[in-house]
Design a protein around this ligand. Structure first.
Ligand SMILES: O=C(O)CCC(=O)C(=O)O
Ligand SMILES: [Fe+2]
Length: 333
């Protein structure tokens, strides 16, 4: 039974719709709108991105992976030491500061393992996944990388940086945390509606990297927009990717480009009866990049300012991942 569409009467937070075809045609007006979207909320829809087929193929593969028996998936679990690729089981991250367990499974496949296939750079994957690297992961990653690099180039120019300055921090051939992720949450049937709206299945967070290229079919993603106190759903629109900024780009931009808080709760109403799949490609700076602002003025007290002197992108990612793990929860206390 296919899931019903997102209900009309559930409030949502509107996003700019950026037309990727117009960005490719170098339309100044569209680039201005991208800048507005990136600096005001840090989330936007992207239409005409041309990755539909690659996205559909990865949704199919992701479902086949998640349907494997749990013990087969657990053999590839990411562990508590900051490994960011492989399988993350439900309950292995905490969803809030009380230590509530998350309900989300991830399949995380590294850009480096895909580009160097069949030679592992970070790790190996289950046969179902390895076998799909050439036909499914590679095309999805090539498109995602290309799109995020075009968007980064626009933001680079709007920031007034030298040509290629942001690109030089995101070199595809360098070792990095760039990753394709398939995300699954189980059906939420039988729970009361009020509880569902409050309980995060994937806890509130900002993304670590620079740009995320996200694909939603069911609702569940929510943002906490600046100046509001309520979480609001982002409505999935067929054929539209959801793009968002992460902390690294916020830092590089001296706080001008916004990395906004978001989370995943149950899909609304009847959609809650269905398992939820989403997928994302995260473009992150390569591991050796030092996290610092590239623009002279950084707002005092901004996350960009706070991050100055925090080391490299690779070190920082490992620290943040360890912090999320349930197995390290006592360390936080
Ligand atoms: O599943 C989603 O819609 C969002 C996932 C997400 O925010 C993440 O994996 O960082
Ligand atoms: Fe996220």
């Amino acid at each position: 039974m296919p899931a019903p569409s997102f209900p009309d009467d559930v409030p949502t937070h509107p996003l700019f719709v950026i037309d990727y075809a117009m960005i490719l045609q170098d339309k100044e007006e569209e680039k201005d709108r991208l800048w507005d979207a990136a600096t005001q909320l840090g989330f936007w829809y992207l239409k005409n991105h041309g990755a539909e087929q690659e996205v559909d193929a990865l949704f199919d593969l992701g479902k086949r992976f998640m349907d494997l028996p749990l013990d087969e998936k657990l053999a590839y679990e990411e562990g508590d030491d900051g490994m960011q690729f492989g399988y993350k089981a439900a309950g292995y991250h905490t969803a809030d500061e009380n230590g509530t367990l998350d309900e989300t499974e991830f399949l995380d496949v590294a850009k480096d393992d895909v580009l160097a296939f069949p030679h592992p750079v970070h790790r190996t994957y289950p046969p179902l996944v390895s076998d799909a690297i050439p036909a499914v992961f590679l095309p999805f990653m090539r498109k995602s990388l290309a799109i995020n690099h075009v968007l980064l180039a626009v933001l680079n120019d709007k920031l007034g940086l030298d040509k290629g300055a942001l690109a030089a921090l995101h070199l595809t051939e360098e070792r990095s945390g760039c990753v394709a992720r398939v995300i699954r949450t189980p059906p939420q049937a039988g729970k009361n509606e009020e509880m569902l709206e409050r309980q995060a299945l994937l806890g509130a967070h900002t993304d670590f990297g620079s740009l995320s290229f996200l694909h939603n079919r069911l609702g569940g993603l929510q943002v906490l927009a600046p100046g509001t106190e309520d979480w609001e759903y982002i409505k999935p629109i067929p054929g539209h990717a959801i793009c968002n900024v992460g902390d690294a780009l916020n830092i590089f931009s001296g706080g001008l480009i916004r990395s906004n808080m978001h989370r995943v709760v149950s899909p609304p109403r009847e959609q809650a009866q269905h398992e939820r799949f989403s997928l994302a490609f995260f473009t992150r700076p390569h591991d050796s990049v030092i996290l610092r602002s590239l623009v002279p003025t950084s707002t005092p007290g901004s996350s960009a300012e706070v991050m100055q002197g925090r080391g490299t992108a690779g070190e920082w990612l490992v620290r943040r991942l360890k912090f999320l793990r349930t197995g390290n929860y006592y360390v936080k206390e």
